[in-house]
Design a binder for this molecule. Structure first.
Ligand SMILES: Nc1nc2c(ncn2[C@@H]2O[C@H](COP(=O)(O)OP(=O)(O)OP(=O)(O)O)[C@@H](O)[C@H]2O)c(=O)[nH]1
Length: 316
């Protein structure tokens, strides 16, 4: 005698199944091997924005976002070839497509059933908008520096590592600007630590305002910032660094009852074939930054300067 398993097919009729699926708190969509929707509950019509019963008879593709349709169709075919009970969203984030064209984040649990004598797949679909939003917010928070809103050191390292991999794989140029505020201790000593924080927050906004969408602005230490510039040659990175240095120098930082000015010193470097890891770029940029401090601050020193081909770019 065979023991019952959780994957044993349910053998039922639409008439018997309907009250059961109507009693469930999730949307239920039953699909035949030709991908036709054969039975749904009211939650499914509501979730996807269709009048009652009008989902039935439609191709399943009608409720799949266009970008996922091809992969989803293949997955459904594969499911019918070797059906097993499984969650479709364990590794991947799924979305459904509503009648009004908006997308809804969902989790899907699939079961095979025999409905009215024919094999079908029963998808239990749960709206996970709230969880997805929370998840996105937590991910974003875990990568962000709370004070300035720039990315944090953890994200900085992960992104620089990814850029290094891209460089090794396909020689995509990437550059790094590392910078540190000059004599920041004096700001704290003169105006107080809270004022120092205000300067950092405002300077971060100045930096952010100069970046392109793909550039990654980070606060990697107390008053040490970094900008990863994907797909950017050293020359262009130096141009951007100079623009930011100049903008910060010219900014009047308004504090509670006073104002102050501050400057930054920058090290600018790009990946080279001898970089074994992202860390060597980081160390090189750090060395350049400290060479800039030694050269008198408020300046940019680029990798070429270190190689002796270009002088430092002191601004004063
Ligand atoms: N207000 C504030 N101060 C910070 C923060 N992080 C670091 N600092 C301060 O930044 C100062 C850094 O001092 P130093 O490392 O001596 O550097 P500096 O005074 O900027 O001088 P140079 O880097 O040599 O130009 C210290 O006084 C730290 O307390 C922060 O988040 N907020």
């Amino acid at each position: 005698m065979h023991s019952q398993t959780s994957t044993q097919k349910l053998n039922t009729t639409s008439r018997d199944l309907l009250p059961f699926i109507e009693s469930l708190p999730d949307a239920v969509i039953i699909v035949d091997p030709e991908h036709k929707i054969v039975l749904v509950n009211t939650h499914a019509s509501d979730m996807f924005g269709y009048p009652t019963d009008s989902l039935e008879g439609l191709d399943l593709q009608a409720i799949i976002p266009a970008t996922h349709r091809h992969a989803h169709k293949k997955r459904v075919d594969q499911y019918f070839r070797s059906p097993n009970t499984k969650a479709m969203s364990v590794q991947k984030r799924f979305s459904g497509l509503r009648a009004d064209g908006t997308e809804i984040p969902v989790e899907i649990m699939l079961n095979t059933i025999v409905l009215d004598g024919a094999t079908a797949a029963m998808a239990v679909v749960r709206d996970v908008s709230y969880q997805r939003e929370l998840e996105d917010r937590l991910i974003q928070e875990s990568l962000t520096d709370e004070m300035t809103g720039l990315y944090n050191r953890k994200h900085f390292k992960a992104q620089l590592e990814a850029q290094h991999s891209g460089f090794i794989r396909s020689a995509l140029p990437s550059s790094l600007i590392l910078f540190d505020f000059d004599h920041f201790k004096n700001i704290n000593d003169e105006y107080g630590h809270a004022a120092g924080d205000t300067v950092l927050i405002k300077a971060a906004k100045v930096v952010q305002g100069e970046l392109r969408p793909l550039d990654i602005g980070c606060r990697i230490g107390g008053e040490e910032f970094a900008i990863i510039l994907p797909n950017t040659q050293l020359r262009d990175a130096v141009t951007l660094a100079e623009r930011i240095r100049d903008r910060i120098e010219k900014t009047e930082f308004r504090l509670d009852d006073s104002t102050c000015h501050i400057t930054v010193t920058m090290g600018v470097a790009s990946f080279t074939p001898s970089d074994q890891s992202y860390d060597s770029l980081m160390k090189r940029a750090d060395k350049l930054l400290y060479a800039g401090k030694a050269a008198g601050r408020n300046c940019i020193i680029s990798q070429e300067a270190l190689a002796g081909r270009l002088g430092a770019v002191p601004q004063k």
